[in-house]
Design a protein around this ligand. Structure first.
Ligand code: AMP
Length: 213
């Protein structure tokens, strides 16, 4: 099954994609994670992406479409995969459909994580991310056992450059202008389901499984 998780930054897509991935053995394809890996490795793609990501803008479609096209050819994607953070605009959604149709495949379901901007600002500004494994914590409601240290792998927790308030505002603007049309794209294809992303992670997970059944 090929699943697209849609929703604003901070709506919990990444957390649920990881969970779904380990439960169903579908790899999580996160363009944000792929770009952050490229940045940490200092590749050309990473160098180009960093400045755009730091200010909350989108990286060019050609870059992310290529990352996804290469990754979907890997053997572990055969049974299915979860897309997290891609497609992020109508052009990427169309490119994805075209790429999949050439492989005789298609998106089976798109799930929208619904939550208000106000809630997201609180969530994102308190978010802390593991520098190594990407696990996420929150200063208020998901504190690590030891401050500043990842429970999962023991590495340092940081505040992502793009989780600072001015960049959060920009990322939400980009979401409303560019990513929201993707919701309509999948609604027209009758593939769209929604989950209430304000709820507890375990409840969102249960809703997500229902949406995929
Ligand atoms: P994320 O971790 O999904 O919130 O992504 C972090 C940043 O990476 C975004 O604000 C964009 O700058 C960039 N990015 C991630 N995915 C995409 C995409 N599909 N298209 C363009 N830029 C992306």
């Amino acid at each position: 099954m090929i699943v697209v998780l849609l929703g604003p930054p901070g709506s919990g897509k990444g957390t649920q994609a990881k969970r779904l991935s380990s439960e169903r053995h579908w790899p999580q394809l996160s363009t944000g994670d792929m770009l952050r890996t490229a940045i940490s490795k200092g590749t050309q793609v990473g160098l180009e992406a960093k400045a755009l990501m730091d200010k909350g803008s989108l990286v060019p479609d050609s870059v992310v479409v290529r990352l996804i096209a290469e990754r979907t050819e890997d053997a572990d994607c055969k049974a299915g995969f979860v897309l997290d953070g891609f497609p992020r605009n109508a052009a990427q959604a169309e490119a994805l459909d075209l790429m999949l149709s050439r492989m005789n495949r298609k998106v089976d379901r798109a799930v929208l994580f619904e939550i208000s901007d106000q809630e997201l600002v609180i969530r994102l500004s308190g978010r802390r991310t593991c520098i190594k494994c990407g696990a996420m914590f929150h200063l208020d409601h998901a504190q690590p056992k030891n401050p500043g240290i990842c429970d999962a792998c023991g590495s340092a927790l940081i505040q992502r450059d793009d989780d600072h308030p001015d960049v959060i505002k920009k990322r939400l603007e980009v979401y409303h202008q560019q990513t929201e049309p993707v919701v309509g794209f999948y609604a027209r294809q009758e593939k769209l389901k929604t989950v209430d992303a304000r709820r507890k992670s375990s409840e969102v997970s249960a809703e997500l499984h229902k949406a995929l059944s």
